[in-house]
Each structure stands twice: as C-alpha cells, then as structure tokens.
Design a protein around this ligand. Structure first.
Ligand SMILES: Cc1cc2nc3c(=O)[nH]c(=O)nc-3n(C[C@H](O)[C@H](O)[C@H](O)COP(=O)(O)OP(=O)(O)OC[C@H]3O[C@@H](n4cnc5c(N)ncnc54)[C@H](O)[C@@H]3O)c2cc1C
Length: 432
C-alpha cells in the first residue's frame, strides 16, 4: 500500500518505520528542515514506553531521570511533594536527539522529505485520496495526519467524515517555555521541580524547575490564550516566588500550543487517520503527548499490517485499540481537569492544604489516570473537609462522573457499525 505520513512527529516517525519495514511504500512529508525538527529542549517521557515498544533510547548524554514534582496551591501556602522511586520516574529527554534517532530508523524503510509542507488534502468524490504538496497531487491509499493540534488537513476534511475540525478554545493550552540562566548567587530552592496549580488563580499552570545542568526550566501556560499582559504578570509572580530565575534565556522562549482534552471521538475515515496531537492524544491535566503518540503509531501500524488494507473497518480497529489502551482514561481525566480549572482557587487551596486531594491523587492526575474517591475514602476525607462538605460532595460528583465517562469510553463499539459508533459518540459528547 502507498502511505503518506504528514509530519515527522514521534508518532509519524514510529508509524513510518513499522509500516515501511512491513513492506508498505511510505513517504513522510515534514515542513521543517531536519536540523530544526521539533523543540530544542528536553521534555518528560515515561521510561516504560521504550521497553514496551521495543524502541531504543538515544545516547545517555541526551536524557536524565527527572526530579519529583512538588505541587503548589494557588495561594502558594501549601506545597505537596510527590515522592516517586527513581526507577519509576520519567526521563527528561532531549527532544531533537530522540527525533533524529527515530528519523534515522524510519529512513531505512521510508522516504522522508524535509522542508516539504502538505498544503491540503487531495479530496476526490468526497473521499481522501492523498495530499497536495508543492502544488502536486500525491495519491495514497492512506494519509496519516501527524501534523499537530492545529492540523489544517483535519480542518479541510469533508463533513461526511464526521471528524471534529478544530478543538474548542478551552481545550488548548498556550505555554511559554524557556530555559533561563540561574540568577547569580541565588539560594538553593527547597524543591527543584515546582508546579503551580491555577497559578495566581488563573486558568492554567506554571512551573519552575532547576535542572541538574543548573539552568532553570520555566513554563507558563494558560487555557485558550496567553496574552502579553497575562504572561508578563505571571512571569513576574513566578520570579518573585523563585529567585533562581534570571531574565537571561538560554534555550526556547516561544509560546506553543498543546491540546489538553480527551482524544478526538472519530480518529479515522476512508483513507485517513489522525495520530498524536492532531487527534488530541495528550494527558489532559499536563499536556504530555509523546508516549501516547508513539503508542498510537504502533497500534495504527499493527491494524494496517494485520489487515493488509486501510479500509474504514481496519482503521476503526486502530481507534478501538487506542481507546481501550489509553483514550478511555483520558476521557475521564479531561472531566477532572475541567473541574480543577473552573474551581474557585480558594477551594483548591482548601482541598490540597487539608489533604483531601492527596499526593496519590496528584500523581494520578499528572499521569492521566484515576483520582479515586470511594465511599470509605470519602468518609475519611469528611473529617479533614468538615465543614466544607458541599465542596467535597461536588468533588465526589465530578469524580463519579469522570469514572462513568471512562467506563462509557471503554465501551467503544468493537466493530465498524456506524449506527453504534454514532450512539457511542453521542454518549461521550454528553459529558462535555
Ligand atoms: C511547551 C511544551 C511542553 C511539552 N511538554 C511535554 C512533556 O513534558 N512530555 C510530553 O510527552 N509531551 C510534552 N509536550 C507535548 C508534545 O510536544 C506533543 O504531545 C508531541 O510532540 C506530539 O507528537 P506528534 O507525534 O503528534 O507530533 P508533533 O510533535 O505535533 O509534530 C508534528 C509535526 O508535523 C509537522 N507539520 C505540521 N503541519 C505540517 C504540514 N502541513 N506539512 C508537513 N509537516 C507538517 C510539524 O513541523 C511537526 O514536526 C509538550 C509540548 C509543548 C509545546
């Protein structure tokens, strides 16, 4: 089969390698030049993903074991340190080194064209038949869209595909990310990896991390947009709380978009499959998406290789596999994230300072899994939350709703039955 992958993100590269190795004719179109591929910094990725997908790590100089998060309440009066054994912690991975390693591997089996932008989908008789690049029509049996959260290909799909064209404004996080020089003579912080929930009461998070290299890794992210005045104010506040931050930027410094929501409800259509950020596959609470994109790539490749075709039935098997492995948890986690962002900052201060939201809950939220408030647990928590029982019940209702959404997402129809699929989509949509 002829397959075109749009975007050499990690997912696109992993899919290209596996599909090419299994005899398919794969081309990857990537708008950036190879030397500028992805971001010039490190990000966190689960160490298990490399074993699970049998993928190699780059040389040891390109990654290190990340420190443990300390969660800070909006009023900055409570700091919750989440201790994790070193062997279970993520790796902080140089993204370009990892991407280049996977480019090398994919290039053995696929043609990668850097500096080549896919301008549009090639749609004939209402069906995706390929893409248009450099003004030329490139035909393919399958187009894998790995072109990021604002994919212009997804946006131009025929309505009959019933794929969401764009995420809602409150489903995208805009983040300033930079590595600053440590301020001269600043004292060592008590905690090296601090993440500020609803930083200064605003809808988003910020973090300040002192890297082992001595640089200060900063993120200031807000839902929907990050206007200059909001950024300037948040940056000054983050600096006041973290005297290690100097104004000298060493790496990064731009504002980037990350989807923070449940995965798209329809990932595929005839001749077309979404993969990675274009399918909103990040952990809703934190926006991590590298590992999920790689998992999804392997599931997509498996489905296509097993069937030997890219029919709607085959591609639906990919969606079922993704939802059963990852997507269902993110559906539930998205509801918790929405609750947390819309909660009154003082309520969050209270819940964290009293231990109602525990270390374990924060750990689970950050990794996209459950926050569980069972009846037994809630009885215990009533002791800490009294007299804010209304707030506790509100949190409990959100957690119950999130569990129900997760269960419904897991009950995705196994076969490509359009009526059953529409019913399932309707049910999941009703939660948001
Ligand atoms: C500030 C920040 C911090 C983050 N931190 C983390 C983290 O700690 N851990 C984590 O797991 N994730 C993190 N993420 C999210 C992570 O970057 C993404 O989830 C992940 O990279 C998604 O990979 P992908 O396979 O979807 O491809 P992407 O990385 O989205 O790559 C898409 C590629 O498509 C190319 N492209 C776009 N349009 C076209 C076109 N029309 N034609 C050709 N090429 C095109 C782009 O140039 C790009 O190379 C962070 C993101 C940001 C912005």
């Amino acid at each position: 089969m002829k397959i075109i992958v749009i975007g050499a993100g990690l997912g696109g590269l992993v899919a290209a390698e596996i599909l090419g190795r299994n005899g398919h004719e794969v081309s990857v179109l990537e708008k950036c030049e190879k030397e500028n591929l992805t971001y010039d910094w490190h990000d966190d990725i689960s160490r298990d993903i490399f074993t699970e997908l049998k993928l190699p790590l780059p040389e040891a100089k390109h990654f290190f074991t990340k420190g443990c998060w300390t969660f800070v309440t909006p009023d900055e009066k409570t700091e919750v340190f989440v201790d994790l054994p070193e062997e279970t912690r993520d790796y902080s991975m140089e993204r370009r080194a990892l991407a280049h390693l996977y480019v090398e591997r994919a290039e053995r089996y696929a043609k990668i064209q850097f500096g080549t932008e896919a301008e549009a989908l090639l749609v004939e008789q209402g069906e995706v038949k390929g893409v248009i690049a450099g003004g030329e029509k490139l035909y393919a049996d399958l187009v894998i869209d790995n072109s990021g959260v604002f994919s212009k290909l997804r946006e131009s799909l025929p309505d009959s595909y019933k794929i969401e064209k764009n995420p809602a404004k409150n489903e995208v996080f805009f983040a300033y990310r930079a590595f600053h020089k440590r301020a001269e003579g600043s004292p060592d912080p008590q905690y090296t990896n601090k993440v500020y929930l609803k930083h200064i009461g605003e809808e988003g998070i910020s973090w300040c991390v002192l890297d082992p290299s001595g640089t200060v890794n900063i993120l200031i992210g807000r839902i929907g947009e990050l206007p200059k005045e909001i950024f300037d104010n948040a940056y000054q506040k983050l600096k006041q709380s973290n005297p290690i931050i100097s104004d000298e930027v060493v790496r990064g410094g731009g504002i980037h978009a990350i989807p923070v929501r449940h995965p798209a409800l329809r990932l595929t259509g005839k001749g077309y499959a979404l993969l990675g950020d274009s399918a909103f596959m990040t952990i809703p609470m934190m926006g991590s998406g590298m590992a999920n994109s790689m998992i999804a790539a392997s599931l997509l490749a498996d489905a296509v290789i097993k069937a030997g075709n890219a029919s709607p039935e085959t591609l639906w098997r990919y969606q079922v596999a993704y939802y059963k492995k990852v997507g269902y948890t993110h559906t539930g986690a998205d509801l918790l994230k929405r609750w947390m962002l819309s909660a009154d900052a003082r309520d969050l201060d209270f819940l964290l300072s009293k231990g109602v939201i525990s270390q374990q809950d924060l750990k689970n939220g950050a990794s996209g899994t459950d926050i569980s408030l069972s009846f037994g647990v809630i009885l215990n928590k009533i002791k800490c939350a009294f007299p804010r029982i209304g707030l506790l019940l509100n949190l409990k209702a959100t957690i119950d709703k999130s569990k129900k959404a997760k269960k419904d997402a897991l009950a995705i129809p196994e076969t490509y039955d359009l009526h059953a699929i529409e019913q399932w989509e309707k049910k999941i949509k009703s939660y948001f």
